[in-house]
Design a protein around this ligand. Structure first.
Ligand SMILES: [Zn+2]
Length: 231
């Protein structure tokens, strides 16, 4: 009989210790997973739009619509992760304010994009584009960086993430965005992402697919978020 009571007391004590231990853990866990405060505003710039369709893919789809689809998905992802975002356009439009010829409208459109970026506090720019070449053999994403601090480091990380997750075996490297008006006039960290080649049959098919677009956006959003957490 005595042994039985010892066992019951023992079980109650062990149960109590476990209860205290796990309730403390629950408190610790709740504290550890407080929502992270995001101080950056991610500006997502879908390249081209409206009068300026950009490149035309090998199946006849305009670069501007690839850029918009991918940018809208990226915008949703960054929102889910708790970031403030700004999009330079949310539909198939050019955001020019003046100009009569297409060339004048393109200049005005780019100046508007620069204005939006430079008027946003704590901005980080992701300009979304697609590549195109006369030879259909070439493929792979490539990241171009602006002149402001952090841009080169972010481009390097994104390029590595593209090679590991999207374009295995690619030898492409990040490069300075020389001669790109938007990238030369912004005053914040910024990169221009050429997601892939619209002139390559396989890559164009991937870039059109919902699955690949989602994968691409996850790679970009996760890499940018990790970069911002470390800087
Ligand atoms: Zn473009």
């Amino acid at each position: 009989m005595k042994g039985k009571w010892i066992c019951i007391y023992g079980a109650v004590i062990v149960g109590f210790i476990l209860f205290v231990h796990w309730s403390n853990r629950a408190v610790t866990t709740a504290v550890e997973y407080q929502p992270i405060e995001r101080k950056h505003c991610i500006i997502i710039d879908p390249g081209h739009g409206g009068v300026d369709g950009g490149a035309t893919s090998c199946t006849g789809k305009l670069e501007s619509s690839f850029n918009l689809e991918i940018s809208l998905r990226l915008n949703d992802l960054f929102h889910l992760m708790g970031y403030d975002t700004v999009m330079t356009r949310k539909s198939d439009t050019s955001i020019y304010t003046k100009g009569e010829t297409i060339a004048q409208k393109k200049v005005s459109d780019l100046k508007e994009r620069v204005r939006i970026v430079n008027e946003t506090e704590n901005a980080l720019l992701l300009s979304i584009h697609q590549n195109n070449f006369s030879d259909g053999r070439y493929s792979g994403g490539q990241i171009f960086y602006g002149k402001e601090e952090g841009s080169e480091a972010l481009a390097k990380r994104l390029q590595e993430a593209f090679v590991v997750n999207l374009n295995p075996g690619s030898k492409r490297q990040s490069k300075k965005a020389n001669g790109v008006y938007l990238m030369e006039h912004i005053q914040c960290t910024g990169v221009l992402i050429e997601c892939g080649f619209l002139s390559n049959v396989q890559e164009e098919a991937s870039l059109r697919s919902l699955e690949y677009q989602k994968q691409l956006c996850c790679v970009i959003a996760a890499t940018v978020s990790r970069f911002l957490s470390n800087t």
